[in-house]
Structures are given as structure tokens and as C-alpha cells.
Design a protein around this ligand. Structure first.
Ligand code: SF4
Length: 332
């Protein structure tokens, strides 16, 4: 049965253009189209994977949603409440609902704070709890993320990389958020530790009912953790679908190329890799029409001038390509 509750997160036409200045007087010389009108939503206990090559705008999208940087245009709703216009005290209470796990756990932890205080800090900022209640909850969170209570008094440098990321996750969960933005949370970790942290995030989602926006460039990781996946290219979402549908039958040529590069563990399967020609164009002057037309093996005349609409190709599977047919949609 479909929930009547609003999505945990809803983003409509979210846009971020950074001005480019040049010359001695710093005159505006153009704009970097970092995020160019993206729309999606995330439901309760859902993980949406946001993937694309480096520089496609996925991390900027995460920062916009967390309101770490202001947006140029568009709407952000958290549990139905519009937050892109909020500031000051009204934004402060929303900050508790949204937490973040960044790529490098070491630089996101204060090296002079003990682990117990790192996890307790958000509770002291946001919750009217006694010291005893905070201590109790910190100990429980340590166990939730697979750390030991005897490690509570340690400093960040006394933990391994994987343990530090567990500490960051415990801090993110401390104020019981409804959404955690995970920005490349395992890319800095050893491969053996990556799987442990991903499985931990999956287990914690079941236990706490939290939703994730999971930003990553590694499709194998995204496939493992996500329920749905959105693919970004040069600031735009070009495809969005259930994980199963997207990996079994990509509808956009860019997704097709990305998936063809994922290593297959079976040595008897011959890889059929699609090599894209050329580099990703500059986001200062993105190509007109379909941004992907300069590298697309199927591009034709119309692609150079007309931006393809996002269409529902089959139930819940959306793609923006002139080769596909389906109902045009907005704000998927
Ligand atoms: Fe390729 Fe044209 Fe489709 Fe863009 S719209 S992905 S250029 S075929």
C-alpha cells in the first residue's frame, strides 16, 4: 500500500550555478552549471543512489540539500516542509533531521575530542537530555555501529579508517535523523572494509528506519545498497529507476556505458565494454540540446539542439533520451 505521508526528501528543479570571475576587477565571465535542474524524491527507509563521473554535480547536489551552500533555484522539501527558504533558528531544527557522512572520516572528526564527546555533541546541541541519558545513548550507539564501549575514551587517531567511519555514522545517528546524506562514504576505505561499512549502513537502516541519499561513483557499491538509482551527467539526472530495472535494462546510452565498465566476477563472461569517446565537456559551456550528444554513440541531429524531456519508459523507470518513448514527467 502506498504511504499517504509526504516523502522524507523531495527536490524539484534544484539548480546551482557558480559564477566564474576573471580579470583584475573580477568581472563575471560565465557560470559553472554544477547542478542544472534536478528532481527526485526519497521515501521512508529508502536509499536512493546518486551516481555519475567525477565532476557531474552529485556532491554539489548533496551540499545543496544539506544547505551547506545556497541554491540558485529550485525547491527542497523535508517531510513536506520547504526548507530552501529557511534560515536561522527555523533551519536549525531541520538540521537535526538531516545528517551527513563524508568520504574522509578523519577530516570530519575533531582530533582533539574523545570518541564519546564526538557522538554526544549533536545530542547536547539538539536534545534536552541529562548527562546520564546521553552517556547511556552514546554507549548504545557504539554497540549499534560495531564499536566497543572500552573505546569510548579514545581519540580519532587511535581508531582504524573503518572504525573512524563507524564513529562518524554513530554521530550521524545520535539525534535520530530521518535522512543521512552519504557522500562517497566508503571510497577512502580498503576494499575489505568497504563491504563491512555498507552492510552496517543497511542493517542500521532496518533498525532506525532512516533514509539515505547515497552519493558514489562506484556502481557495484550503489547496486548493493540502493533501492533506486539516479544517474547524473553534467549537472542533470539522465535516468532514474528501481535498482533491478536500471541494472537489468538501462534506457539511457550514458547509463549503458557506465554499466558496461563494471567488472564482472565470472571469468567466462566476455566483457562488452562501451568506450565513450572524448572527455566530459566543461560545465562552464555545456553542449546545447542533450548534454551527452558530444560523446553519445547514437547521437543524431535533434540531440544537438533539443533538450530531451524526462519520460517514463516503463512503470517507475525514467530516462531523458530522444530515442525513448513515454509520457513526459516532471519532478520524478
Ligand atoms: Fe544520445 Fe541523443 Fe539520447 Fe542524448 S538524446 S542520449 S545524444 S541519443
Amino acid at each position: 500500500m502506498k504511504s499517504s505521508l509526504p516523502p522524507v526528501l523531495e527536490v524539484k528543479n534544484l539548480t546551482k550555478h557558480f559564477p566564474v570571475k576573471s580579470g583584475f576587477l573580477g568581472r563575471a565571465a560565465g557560470r559553472v552549471h554544477a547542478v542544472d535542474g534536478i528532481s527526485f524524491s526519497i521515501g521512508e527507509s529508502e536509499t536512493l543512489g546518486l551516481v555519475g563521473e567525477s565532476g557531474c554535480g552529485k556532491s554539489t547536489a548533496g551540499k545543496l540539500i544539506l544547505k551547506l551552500i545556497p541554491s540558485t533555484a529550485g525547491e527542497i522539501r523535508l517531510a513536506g516542509q520547504r526548507i530552501d527558504e529557511l534560515s536561522g533558528e527555523s533551519m536549525r531544527s531541520c538540521r537535526r533531521t538531516m545528517q551527513v557522512v563524508f568520504q574522509d572520516p578523519y577530516s570530519s572528526l575533531n582530533p582533539r575530542m574523545r570518541a564519546r564527546d564526538i557522538v554526544a555533541e549533536p545530542m547536547r546541541n539538539f536534545e534536552p537530555l541529562s548527562d546520564g541519558e546521553i552517556d547511556k545513548r552514546v554507549g548504545e550507539l557504539f554497540e549499534n555501529v560495531g564499536l566497543r564501549r572500552d573505546q569510548l575514551g579514545r581519540f580519532p587517531h587511535e581508531f582504524s579508517g573503518g572504525q573512524r567511519q563507524r564513529l562518524v555514522i554513530a554521530r550521524a545517528l545520535a539525534v535520530r535523523p530521518s535522512l543521512i546524506v552519504c557522500d562517497e562514504p566508503v571510497s577512502a576505505l580498503d576494499v575489505s572494509v568497504q563491504a563491512q561499512v555498507i552492510n552496517l549502513l543497511i542493517d542500521l537502516q532496518k533498525e532506525f528506519g532512516v533514509s539515505y541519499l547515497f552519493i558514489a561513483h562506484d556502481l557495484a557499491v550503489v547496486e548493493h545498497i540502493s533501492h533506486r538509482v539516479a544517474v547524473m551527467y553534467l549537472g542533470r539526472i539522465v535516468e532514474l529507476a528501481d535498482k533491478e530495472s536500471l541494472f537489468a535494462g538501462p534506457q539511457h546510452p550514458y547509463t549503458e556505458a557506465l554499466l558496461s565498465a563494471v567488472p564482472v566476477p565470472d571469468p567466462t563472461v566476455k566483457p562488452n565494454r562501451i568506450i565513450l569517446q572524448g572527455d566530459v565537456p566543461s560545465p562552464i559551456r555545456p553542449p546545447p540540446g542533450c548534454h551527452f550528444h558530444t560523446r553519445c554513440p547514437y547521437a543524431f541531429e535533434r540531440c544537438k539542439s533539443e533538450r530531451p524531456a524526462m519520460r517514463e519508459i516503463k512503470s517507475g523507470h525514467f530516462a531523458a533520451c530522444h530515442l525513448r518513448e513515454g509520457e513526459p514527467v516532471e519532478g520524478v
